[in-house]
Ligand binder design. Structure first.
Ligand code: GLA
Length: 400
């Protein structure tokens, strides 16, 4: 019932859109997983207008823009208080959001922002509760292109207060809150990517697309440790069928270049997020990015896997001890194969033997190793030497 209601109001909403925005345009966002950068993983609450401008500059000068990174997303902590008219003001770190949007747009990039359905955001700043339409309109007036909408205080302040004993009722309240902002964004007539951040609760992948969600977090927060990255990867099994053009599973933003991740771990993280058709939102310190991190984030062959036009998320074909083999079907009949040494204790001293039949493949397969850039032929039972936490990523079949 809820989905039908959402759809009919969505159709009505399109009828009310300003003439300049057709329904097709409004729906055209995120036809491939959104790519860009988000402030949270590196700057967290310290982020300022200056950091956003500097990061936008870097996205252009490092070649990341040319590689496809377009969204520059401000996460939590830009908000001040509401005035007597309910207008939410920016705090001193963000003196003029419209001017910032103009600056980011002048670089050929898009600007994202963050809020949540509760009275407060996760960082304790003002949320959108009771001001959804007003906030959505303000974002559109500023020229915002992307909204991450984070559940946080809605859980204790609304869900638990209104339905302390009834989990199903709490979930209905949550879905209604996302529906409300989805409609508010649509009503602005501006194409704004709608990112649901509610940590993968209540089968979000089943209901988010109908209320205009372009991506939805499938897990709790990522952090720059291999164990966390691998735990998130393991939780993606079974979700592939819910992803497709315009609507994507989001295993959280990238930690490539953050913390103490090794180069192998950075490579594996980036490769697997591409296999998952995940949004690629870098989260590192761009002005101080090392060349080897830039090389990972701008690897065009790996990005092409992520951005493949078929939009079909990869799946785990099989695992064997600490090694996992994933495949992703690509446009034109090509296939990406990832062999991941996920565990801590298996080294290249003990090669892994690839079982092609388990991938539905028969006979030698010519392809390209996307990290060395060299040709490679996959053969049945071939020994593959991979260090712990490293990956072999191969594209076989039709060239891109
Ligand atoms: C939550 C989200 C993070 C980040 C912070 C900001 O934890 O999951 O991605 O947005 O809030 O406060």
């Amino acid at each position: 019932m809820r989905i039908f209601a959402s759809l009919s109001v969505a159709i009505l909403g399109f009828a009310l859109l300003p003439a300049a925005t057709t329904p097709a345009q409004a729906q055209a966002v995120a036809q491939t997983p959104p790519m860009g950068w988000n402030s949270w993983n590196f700057f967290a609450e310290r982020v300022t207008d200056k950091d956003i401008r500097a990061s936008a500059d870097q996205i252009v000068s490092t070649g990341m823009k040319d590689a496809g990174y377009i969204y520059v997303n401000i996460d939590d902590t830009w908000e001040a208080e509401r005035d007597a008219n309910g207008v939410l003001h920016t705090n001193a770190k963000f003196p003029d959001m419209k001017a910032l949007a103009d600056y980011v747009h002048s670089k050929g990039l898009k600007l994202g922002i963050y809020s949540g359905p509760g009275p407060k955001t996760c960082g304790g700043y003002a949320g959108s509760l009771g001001h959804e339409e007003q906030d959505a309109k303000m974002y559109a007036d500023w020229g915002i292109d992307y909204l991450k909408y984070d559940l946080c205080s809605f859980i204790p302040e609304v869900m638990y207060k209104q339905a302390p004993q009834d989990g199903a009722a709490r979930m209905r309240l949550m879905i209604a809150a996302y529906d409300k902002m989805g409609k508010a964004l649509k009503a602005t007539g501006r194409p704004i990517v709608f990112s649901l951040c509610q940590y993968g609760w209540d089968g979000v992948w089943e209901w988010a697309p109908a209320l205009g969600g372009n991506l939805w977090r499938t897990t709790g927060d990522i952090d720059p440790h291999w164990d966390r990255i691998y735990a998130i990867l393991s939780q993606q099994d079974g979700l592939a069928k819910y992803a497709g053009p315009g609507h994507w599973n989001d295993p959280d933003m990238l930690e490539v270049g953050n913390g103490k991740l090794t180069l192998a771990e950075n490579r594996s993280h980036f490769s697997m997020w591409a296999m998952l058709a995940s949004p690629l939102l870098a989260g590192n310190d761009l002005p101080n990015m090392k060349p080897e991190i830039k090389a990972i984030l701008t690897n065009a062959d790996v990005i092409a896997i992520d951005q493949d036009a078929l939009g079909k998320q990869g799946t785990r074909a099989y695992s064997d001890g600490e090694v996992e083999v994933w495949t992703r079907h690509l446009a034109g009949g090509a296939l990406a194969v990832a062999v991941l040494a996920a565990g801590d204790t298996r080294y290249s001293t003990h090669p892994f033997h690839l079982d092609l039949a388990k991938l539905g493949l028969h006979g030698p397969q010519q392809g390209k190793d996307l990290w060395t850039g060299k040709a490679i032929t996959l053969t049945d039972q071939m020994p593959i030497e991979i260090e712990s936490h490293d990956i072999l990523l191969v594209r076989i079949g039709a060239p891109k």
